[in-house]
Write a protein that binds this ligand. Structure first.
Ligand code: NAD
Length: 298
């Protein structure tokens, strides 16, 4: 165990069989949803709208989970659904309608869209206040510049887990595997932010000797979508390892992290499922409450 986790001895967090702290996304999500419910049931009106295009099964599950948790948080939710044959203009019109609706505070367009649709062009119909997924050019620009705006939910969820489990970040080395605009790039920006003060490295499919790059790190965030990519030999003893990747196998959902080998080397690790994915939803709901406040202050 390194000094990264000194505070955790006092906090008595749950441990894996090998002794790592289990960064429990279910638990933290439930705490956040309960906190949101307390704030919202005090008399706030908060509405999350989702847009689902096509019949991708996992996307439907994700959207249903978001509605379920939004309701638990005391929010109203709306759902707009279009067929897989919807045109670009129809999808953009659906998003524009929600954007113009004063009763809607946050809008989530479930990605990926079916082949042939331009997701970036769709997202640009979102006003920044309602872009609760933080994926438009303006939200991304605000993140780069350190200005107010919504931060993408998955990397924000990783940051919430690091905070909740007292993982030290200041002066620490971090490696983020994957350079997408959805996860990897914003994750690097968040880890390197003033106040967080980690020193992040962005690794990707062309990174030479990924295992030794990761072994240098105090924090590893795996977002490649390659099942079992991160094994024990990638992990510095005591490091925090957060698994974002999702692959589907016959035995169910599998992460990028080979949990069974990593948990005996790491100081803290997320389960998959039950880790970062839960935090994505929690952060979406936090962003939606923030959206309603931003719109009310306009
Ligand atoms: P993406 O396909 O856009 O990006 C994957 C990145 O991983 C690329 O930058 C690529 O260079 C890198 N990569 C691929 N193989 C690699 C390898 N062998 N070594 C090093 N780098 C490699 O995917 P994305 O949208 O960023 O999502 C990444 C993963 O996270 C996917 O599995 C996705 O399903 C999952 N995801 C999970 C959540 C969640 O809530 N937990 C949210 C979003 C995405």
């Amino acid at each position: 165990m390194t000094e990264n986790f000194a505070d955790n001895y006092a906090n008595n967090f749950e441990r894996t069989p090998g002794g790592a702290i289990l960064m429990d996304g279910n638990r933290l999500r439930d705490e956040i949803v309960a906190q949101l419910n307390t704030e919202i049931s005090g008399g706030l009106d908060v509405c999350l709208a989702t847009v689902l295009v096509g019949d991708d099964k996992p996307s439907r599950i994700y959207v249903n989970n978001k509605h379920r948790k939004a309701t638990e948080a005391g929010m109203v939710s709306r759902h707009v659904e279009l067929g897989a044959d919807a045109t670009q203009a129809e999808v953009e019109a659906a998003v524009s309608d929600l954007a113009a609706d004063p009763g809607v505070h946050g809008i989530l367009v479930q990605l990926p869209l079916p082949d042939g649709l331009d997701a970036d062009a769709v997202l640009e119909h979102l006003p920044p206040e309602k872009d609760v997924d933080g994926l438009t050019q303006r939200s991304m620009g605000a993140l780069v510049r350190g200005q107010q705006g919504h931060v993408p939910c998955t990397p924000l969820g990783v940051m919430r887990l690091l905070e909740r489990y007292d993982v030290a970040t200041s002066g620490k080395k971090a490696v983020v595997i994957g350079r997408s605009t959805l996860v990897g790039l914003p994750q690097v920006l968040l880890l390197g932010r003033k106040g967080v003060d980690a020193t992040p490295t962005l690794a990707h499919s062309r990174t030479d000797d990924l295992a030794s790059v990761c072994r240098e790190a105090d924090i590893v965030v795996a977002a490649a979508g390659m099942a079992g990519l991160v094994t024990a030999d990638f992990v510095k003893p005591g490091a925090a390892v957060l698994d974002v990747g999702i692959s589907r196998s016959e035995s169910g959902i599998v992460g990028d992290v080979d949990f069974d080998s990593v948990e005996s080397v790491a100081g803290a690790v997320t389960p998959m499922p039950g880790g970062t994915g839960r935090m994505t939803i929690a952060c979406l709901l936090q962003n939606t409450l923030a959206a309603s406040r931003m719109l009310a202050a306009k």
